[in-house]
Design a protein around this ligand. Structure first.
Ligand code: ATP
Ligand code: MG
Length: 252
């Protein structure tokens, strides 16, 4: 197996669908016979909770970052070749504060992941809304960034700022790039969306957009049941949206 593609889901702007997209793209990649690791790098632990997992001290992302024995990713869904998870909890914010004082720690995540990257096809990384120590660590460890965003003006600003940060980090992590933009909360009837799409294509070229994810109440409901959309509403249109987006990612 060649080294995993390490994809950070990030946007300078919060509440744009990073977590739901990380979780559901990670799961959807199982349908394409991929072996996937999901890393929850947000101390809010939203992707951990969305998968119905309770983080346990000693086997969570903090233990993994500290290099504790036995802190390997846990199989969290058995479909296909398996979805593995390194869960998060509030303890990650303590780690972040401690490690944040030591700039050398920024490369710790990259180092730890290098021992796993031959075991997976994809490592998907969900990040916090603020651009802090953990997110910078993720940018330094990743091979690419996917930017989820609703098609509105303020998110466009978030995308532009994400690009600036990506270009800065690429000096230290050559090859890092925004590989795709994933439109979320999508409603094609909105005229405003079209002008935002034109603007994104102007910035990044015609092939930057993944198939969009529609605005969906069922999608928003799924995390409270600890389920992906494929478990909560497998026949929904939004589940198909995530399949199409994952197919496009897998085909890259
Ligand atoms: N396509 C969608 N349709 C409807 N609701 C959505 C959609 N995507 C996300 N949501 C809802 O919007 C909110 C934010 O989504 P999500 O948690 O995935 O964003 P986030 O970018 O991870 O947020 P944060 O910045 O807090 O980490 C959640 O309540 C989620 O259920
Ligand atoms: Mg989130």
């Amino acid at each position: 197996m060649s080294a995993a593609r390490k994809i950070v889901f990030n946007n300078r702007k919060g509440g744009v669908g990073k977590t739901l997209s990380s979780v559901n793209i990670a799961y959807a990649l199982l349908y394409f016979n991929k072996k996937v690791l999901l890393l929850d790098l947000d101390s809010q632990a939203h992707s951990t909770i969305s998968l119905g997992v309770k983080s346990e001290e000693g086997s969570d992302i903090v233990a993994f970052l500290r290099g504790d024995k036995g802190s390997s990713p846990a199989l969290c869904r058995k479909e296909g070749r398996g979805l593995y998870l390194l869960p998060s909890s509030f303890a990650l914010s303590n780690y972040e504060q401690e490690a944040g004082n030591n700039p050398r720690e920024l490369l710790n995540l990259k180092k730890r992941l290098s021992s796993l990257e031959n075991d997976f096809d994809f490592i998907i990384i969900d990040t916090a809304p603020n651009f802090g120590f953990m997110t910078l660590s993720a940018y330094l460890a990743a091979t690419e960034i996917i930017v989820p965003m609703p098609p509105n003006f303020l998110s466009l600003k978030g995308l532009a700022e994400t690009k600036v940060i990506c270009d800065r980090v690429a000096v230290k992590n050559p090859g890092l790039r925004i590989s795709k933009v994933l439109l979320t909360f999508f409603n094609k009837k909105l005229r405003h969306a079209r002008s935002v799409i034109d603007e994104i294509k102007k910035m990044f070229g015609p092939d930057i957009l993944l198939p969009p994810i529609r605005n969906s109440v069922r999608l928003a409901e799924a995390p409270s049941f600890g389920q992906t959309i494929f478990e909560y509403a497998p026949d929904s249109k939004v589940a198909q949206d995530y399949i199409k987006a994952a197919k496009a990612i897998a085909a890259e």
